[in-house]
Design a protein around this ligand. Structure first.
Ligand code: ADP
Length: 499
């Protein structure tokens, strides 16, 4: 203290200094050269958890972790020689045992004769700073070790960071890329994309999985998927963009391979359809003549003639063959989207009766027909006949042990429903969803019931083209119910050929 200063001034000044120390946000501690604590401000109490009364008079080692006690002798040594210590980063321990990262500034305290009598310490908690630095280091490591190129740029497109993967992907080192405009990796014809990206970023929008092409230092074009997000400063103002670029060359190559495979399969499938269309056409003509000749032979064979039975059997076999060929014809027409529809009005009951009449002579299965409501509707009569015929012939075919076949026709407000129920072999639950697909048969190959697995596929297509629906309920060994619903006023539904 200045000796010429009046006492009251000196006192006032001291009070002011004490207040500054007391209200400082940094912990301020003083100690003797022996390490005895002589003052302890509010911030020190808050930081270390010891009240002033608990700390003053104690040795400073109160807050020094055991493995850092050696620091104290170094500090005291410096202080004794009148030297200050600045930004000494260390760790001290609070009353709770928690370790705190600190930055210390230590100065000697001299008496009026200039002799060092102690030290004052200002301790600043840098735990947050350290944590932030660690976090930043961790993020930097993640960015640098990422397999994706991560690049940041200003809103003007100037590159501000460039990670290792970016260097690998585009061939430019970090030093070559920093400070350059991002357009150096954008193919000329794609420069517009940058305006679009920056436009979105300025609006605060992110862009995800934007698939594009970039050019490397070697001049190679690489397909990448970009994710771009705005970078905000502390005031939440957009100051730039971060870009993550993933090399999708493999994905693109796989996609191209798949497309090529698809084209090959499509070509093969088209060839198959062409082949079926051609062969069915070629088969139809001789079968029609054969049937004609057999019918002539039947007329010319006497009722008692032994050969008549064989002629009749041959006619039945030829008819079966003709049916199979017709299915093939319809199948190829469906594939080519050429199955025409001709709508007319008719009564469903009459149609079903006509169909059953045909089977009455050849089948031993008793038929029962039940009708209710008005059964008049507008649809393609021949095609619906084909549907009923297919479902009835299946009901007979898949009931080799016999059993009755119940047909119910129900006229509803705007649709007619037909149900065909048999007591045959039934269908396993697990395969019922596949029944209406091409060439699917629920019976084992080689099973004695013949078939190609096309009938239900064609049936479903016909019903759906009328805007109707078809369903099956079945239990293995107990029988099946096939039902279809047709709107009274059908309109030709758009047909999309499926592979
Ligand atoms: P196909 O009878 O020529 O094999 P479909 O397409 O008409 O062809 O029928 C597909 C499969 O559905 C048949 O192979 C058969 O396994 C099964 N299926 C169809 N109708 C019945 C039925 N009423 N009872 C049992 N199984 C049936």
């Amino acid at each position: 203290m200045n000796e010429s200063m009046p006492l009251w001034v000196a006192e006032e000044r001291q009070a002011l200094l004490a207040a500054i120390v007391d209200y400082s946000e940094d912990a301020i501690i003083s100690k003797t050269l022996e390490g005895k604590i002589t003052s302890w401000n509010h911030a020190a109490a808050a930081l270390f958890g010891y009240h002033e009364s608990e700390a003053v008079g104690q040795h400073i080692s109160l807050i020094i972790p055991a493995d850092r006690l050696h620091e104290e002798s170094f500090i005291i040594n410096e202080i004794r020689q009148g030297r200050k210590i600045q930004h000494f980063q260390t760790i001290r321990r609070a009353k709770s045992g928690q370790e705190i990262s600190l930055s210390l500034a230590i100065s000697p305290i001299k008496n009026s004769k200039g002799v060092v009598i102690g030290a004052s310490k200002i301790a600043r908690d840098i735990s947050r700073q350290k944590e932030a630095a660690e976090k930043q280091g961790m993020l930097a490591a993640i960015v640098n070790n990422s397999d994706d190129a991560i690049v940041s740029k200003t809103l003007e497109g100037i590159i501000t960071s460039w990670n290792n993967a970016a260097a690998r992907m585009f061939g430019y080192t970090e030093a070559e890329a920093l400070g350059r405009h991002i357009s150096f990796i954008i193919p000329r014809e794609r420069l517009d994309e940058e305006d679009y990206i920056i436009g979105e970023i300025k609006k605060g929008h992110s862009i995800s999985h934007f698939e594009t092409i970039r050019v490397t230092k070697n001049g190679d074009f690489i397909p990448i998927s970009l994710t771009v997000s705005p970078i905000l400063n502390e005031e939440k103002t957009i100051i730039g963009a971060s870009k993550i670029a993933r090399d999708i060359s493999e994905k693109v190559a796989a996609h191209e391979e798949l497309e090529q495979l698809y084209r090959q399969v499509k070509t093969l499938s088209d060839k198959k359809d062409e082949f079926i269309a051609m062969t069915t056409h070629e088969l139809k003509t001789p079968i029609t003549s054969l049937k004609g000749f057999l019918q002539l032979l039947q007329i010319h064979t006497g009722a008692e003639d032994k050969g008549r039975l064989f002629v009749e059997r041959s006619i039945r076999q030829v008819e079966k063959l003709a049916m199979l060929i017709n299915d093939l014809v319809d199948f190829s027409k469906l594939q080519a989207g050429k199955l025409g529809m001709h709508f007319e009005s008719f009564d469903m009951k009459l149609l079903v009766e006509d169909c059953l009449e045909l089977y009455a002579t050849s089948s031993t299965h008793p038929f029962r027909l039940n009708c209710s409501g008005s059964l008049e509707l507008q649809a393609d009569r021949l095609r619906i006949e084909q549907v009923v015929d297919n479902l009835v012939s299946n009901a007979i075919k898949y009931s080799p042990e016999g059993g009755s076949i119940d047909i119910t026709i129900d006229g509803r407000a705007d649709a007619v429903e037909v149900k065909i129920k048999d007591e045959g072999i039934g269908i396993d639950d697990a395969v019922q969803h596949k029944l209406f697909s091409q060439f699917f048969r629920a019976v084992e190959p080689g099973y004695s019931i013949p078939g190609l697995g096309m009938g239900l596929y064609i049936t479903k297509e016909i019903i759906e083209r009328h805007g109707g629906s078809i369903a099956v309920e079945s239990a293995l060994g107990k029988g099946s119910v096939f039902s279809f619903l047709l709107p009274r006023q059908s309109s030709n539904q758009q047909y999309t050929a499926s592979l």
